[in-house]
Design a protein around this ligand. Structure first.
Ligand code: SF4
Length: 357
């Protein structure tokens, strides 16, 4: 008995299993018409050829949101505060150091330094924060910092070339760049969800400059709004083409929008659609090493299944998440327990994906 009947698009999965690159048109065909179970099984096979099938990696970092004011005001974001509101704040260097000291005390030696797009912060503040973290807490602290939107704001504010901004940040202590701010790389969707945010070409320019200046990082996609399947695949194509040029993406992380505000069109993404997307990402990205399951956004149920659908890593134990509602494990012990319960052996890694055990 063949419980999975042959389908016209099987050849795409066979091509991927043979190590051939699939085209964006073929990825779209998989998204629209393929049996999710076949996509997932193919993705899992590719993942297991590349990594120890029994291992799932994780890491621990602290998110430090240095400011909660943001002039961009994306429709889906409940984090940013209105200008001049009492709750608007910019953390002092000492407050940032205190947060990182607390994180170091529970085993984190990595930080995500991110904030809103706050034009009132002078460029020297960023350099001073980076320098202070490294000189006070040690060079081994990995600082992943500043999304393309923040970098572009520094470029606009100072009038310095983007490359010079990136070089100065790197010299001051920035180690890598987060994938934040991509959501959907479609100017049509961005015009509705976040019209003041960096455009697709600005996002690509900022990422490409970081990679060229030896600042690697990750890339995300966030689905669950008004995007069409064509736009999802176009996002994947843009990231894969950029990766062909730079090789700077260490991981790709698909996740879904959360219902944080009533100011944007959000739709529920089924587990079926999300897991199929995880599988397509593994198949499509023959040039990005890691596919992460976003436990923080999706919770352990779907997260567990994502580890069987092509993902090889769960993003992390996140200490202090202010932008999203966290559904992920809150401690390292719970993270390891989650991975074990899902049927894998947990291995701790750093932000460059070097195993630490
Ligand atoms: S998602 Fe980021 S850029 Fe958009 S409003 Fe929130 S903090 Fe600002």
């Amino acid at each position: 008995m063949n419980i999975l009947k042959p389908e016209p698009n099987d050849y795409i999965l066979e091509k991927a299993l043979a190590g051939e690159r699939i085209s964006p048109e073929e990825a779209l065909e998989l998204y629209n018409t393929a049996d999710p179970l076949k996509v997932i099984a193919t993705a899992r096979e590719i993942r297991n050829r590349r990594y120890d099938p029994s291992v799932v990696s994780y890491t621990m970092f602290r998110i430090v949101n240095y400011t909660n004011y943001c002039k961009v005001k994306c429709s889906f974001c409940s984090f940013h505060q209105p200008e001049e509101s009492e709750s608007e704040k910019v953390l002092s260097i000492e407050e940032i150091l205190d947060k990182m000291r607390a994180a170091v005390a529970v085993g984190a030696d990595q930080m995500f330094l991110q904030g809103g797009i706050n034009p009132k912060i002078p460029f020297d503040y960023y350099l001073d924060v980076l320098t202070a973290v490294k000189s006070t807490l040690g060079n081994h602290i990995h600082i992943r910092a500043f999304s393309p939107g923040e970098l572009m704001e520094m470029h606009r504010q100072t009038g310095l070339p983007l490359r010079e901004i990136v070089r100065k940040l790197r010299q001051a202590g920035m180690d890598s760049v987060p994938g934040a701010g991509a959501e959907i790389l479609s100017d049509r969707v961005r015009a509705v969800l976040s019209p003041s945010k960096v455009s697709v070409s600005e996002w690509v320019q900022a990422m490409e400059t970081c990679h060229e200046e030896n600042l690697p990082g990750s890339a995300n996609i966030v689905i669950g709004s008004m995007e069409k399947p064509e736009e999802i695949v176009e996002h994947l194509r843009i990231v894969r083409d950029l990766q062909d040029r730079t090789g700077g993406f260490l991981a790709f992380i698909p996740w879904t929008f959360q219902r944080q505000t009533d100011r944007f069109p959000v739709r529920d993404v089924s587990a079926r659609e999300y897991l199929k997307l995880v599988g397509i990402c593994r198949i499509f990205f023959d040039n990005i090493p890691h596919i992460e399951a976003s436990i923080l956004v999706l919770g352990p149920g779907v997260g567990s299944l994502a580890l069987l659908s092509g993902a090889d890593d769960i993003s992390s134990v996140v200490i202090e998440e202010n932008v999203l509602e966290s559904h992920g494990p809150a401690t390292e012990a719970k993270t390891r327990e989650f991975i074990e319960t899902s049927g894998f052996r947990p291995v701790k890694r750093d932000l460059f994906y070097n195993y630490k055990e």
